[in-house]
Design a protein around this ligand. Structure first.
Ligand SMILES: CC(C)(COP(=O)(O)OP(=O)(O)OC[C@H]1O[C@@H](n2cnc3c(N)ncnc32)[C@H](O)[C@@H]1OP(=O)(O)O)[C@@H](O)C(=O)NCCC(=O)NCCS
Length: 164
């Protein structure tokens, strides 16, 4: 299906987090709380939260990232269930990676549950590849985290992102 017209924008500290918390709860077994999102918005020297809106203005997806020196850490990304498979995550992440490049990032990393086949496919299509494993990293359910990098990982191959 052709994607709806969209707008991607960065949230500021006063943003209404209701729709994001709703998408988060619909997407993860251990969802971030509203306070966790507020922390990201407050710490905007390192953290940035982006939303993708449809033509009607509804928030269809969000993404929370850190830019740490020359690394983009993708910490959280989710699409409202009824808007999935329209290319929204791909568009949002491409936008976020372009912005991070402008801010000096030369590579990107994230972590993902081993069983999250859809997300893995998405990341592989965006040029990420598996660089390591954190055994039993996630809870509810317990599961390994795969560490992915786009472009070269740093020498120790580790990451601190929290996406699941
Ligand atoms: C993973 C997620 C973000 C993908 O969002 P999306 O907007 O549906 O993804 P896109 O439409 O941009 O998909 C782009 C490509 O990724 C792959 N992909 C995405 N979802 C997939 C799925 N469920 N199964 C297989 N491949 C998938 C496909 O190759 C797809 O291209 P195609 O539709 O032309 O085949 C979404 O399913 C989601 O929010 N899941 C719950 C939260 C989550 O798992 N977040 C990631 C944590 S690391």
């Amino acid at each position: 299906m052709a994607p709806d017209p969209i707008l991607i924008e960065r949230l500021d500290a006063d943003a209404d987090l209701g729709p994001i918390v709703e998408i988060e709860r619909a997407s993860f077994s251990m969802p971030w709380t509203a306070d966790m999102f507020r922390w990201e918005l407050r710490n905007d020297d390192v953290s940035a939260t982006y939303v993708l809106k449809t033509a009607g203005g509804a928030i269809a997806a969000f993404c929370c990232v850190w830019v740490v020196l020359d690394e983009l850490h993708i910490n959280n990304v989710a699409v409202r269930p009824e808007f999935r498979r329209r290319g929204f995550a791909r568009m949002l992440l491409e936008h976020v990676m372009d912005e991070a490049t402008r801010r000096g990032a030369t590579r990107a990393t994230l972590e993902v549950r081993r069983s999250n086949v859809g997300a893995l496919r998405l990341y592989e299509r965006l040029g990420f590849s598996v660089a390591g494993v954190r055994p039993n990293y996630y809870t509810n359910p317990v599961e390994d985290a795969l560490i992915l990098w786009r472009c070269a990982p740093p020498p120790d191959g580790t990451a601190v992102s929290r996406a699941g």
